[in-house]
Ligand binder design. Structure first.
Ligand code: C5P
Length: 230
């Protein structure tokens, strides 16, 4: 079994409203992306890592992150595309022929654990596609544009989807090819697998495994790591 990780980190980060793109912002003493890569570097289930950076940050990602921290599993830093799907596709093209499982993980989710990566990879080996998710805790209501509650949505079977998302390589490749032909765009890779008609299974993610999207997220994560770093 050979497992490759693709780490998309090529987003524009508009919601963060800072000049530095999100993955390169410091969380404590290290960049968010460096923290994420560290988890994959030290995860025995993963053999190769490919980072997908924006064209503008590609050089900085190589020198300022991968070389600076000495991430030996990183095989390369690829330039991403306009959409996440295009970014991941470019990473997929780089994989060595012998890779049979692919795990995709957001560069801005630094609190992923080895166990979660392993669970996703194991799930993919077994079912073809396995994604991290957590059951909803909040009550969910559908609300009209005027702000009036229309309905309470039963939440017992609703899950929030995270990454890692892991797949058999061939299945993922085929799902991407079909999506291109049909001009179908999904917000996560599993969406492509579902559209392709293959089942996807969830593995239990973690509330800690947050995606750092806004300044509030970053502030919350700063508090999370304060104990570890000092
Ligand atoms: O935009 P969103 O929050 O869904 O981004 C999730 C992840 O995908 C981030 O790590 C972001 O850097 C990455 N991404 C990418 N290429 C894009 C858009 C987003 O690699 N064109």
């Amino acid at each position: 079994r050979r497992v490759a990780a693709l780490i998309p980190a090529a987003g524009s980060g508009q919601r963060m409203g800072s000049a530095t793109p999100k993955p390169y912002l410091l969380l404590g003493r290290r960049e968010i992306l460096a923290r994420t890569l560290e988890v994959f570097e030290t995860c025995a289930a993963v053999h190769d890592v490919w980072v997908i950076a924006s064209a503008e940050q590609q050089q900085h990602c190589r020198q300022g992150i991968v070389e600076r921290y000495g991430f030996g599993k990183v095989r390369g830093v690829v330039a991403g595309g306009d959409e996440r799907q295009a970014s991941v596709w470019r990473g997929l093209q780089q994989l060595a022929p012998e890779v049979d499982l692919v795990v995709i993980h957001d560069g801005v989710r630094p609190f992923v654990s080895h166990a979660l990566i392993e669970d996703a990879v194991e799930g993919a080996a077994q079912h073809g596609a396995a994604i991290a998710a957590v059951p909803l805790k909040d009550t969910i209501k559908r609300v009209s544009r005027q702000g009036q509650v229309e309905a309470t949505v039963p939440r017992d079977r609703l899950w929030r989807i995270q990454t890692p998302q892991a797949f058999r390589r061939q299945l993922l490749q085929q799902a991407f090819e079909q999506a291109w032909q049909q001009r179908f765009v999904a917000t996560d890779e599993a969406g492509l697998i579902e559209a392709y008609g293959h089942s996807v299974y969830v593995v239990q993610g973690s509330e800690r495994n947050v995606k750092i999207t806004t300044p509030d997220d970053l502030a919350m994560c700063e508090r999370l790591i304060e104990r570890e770093d000092h």
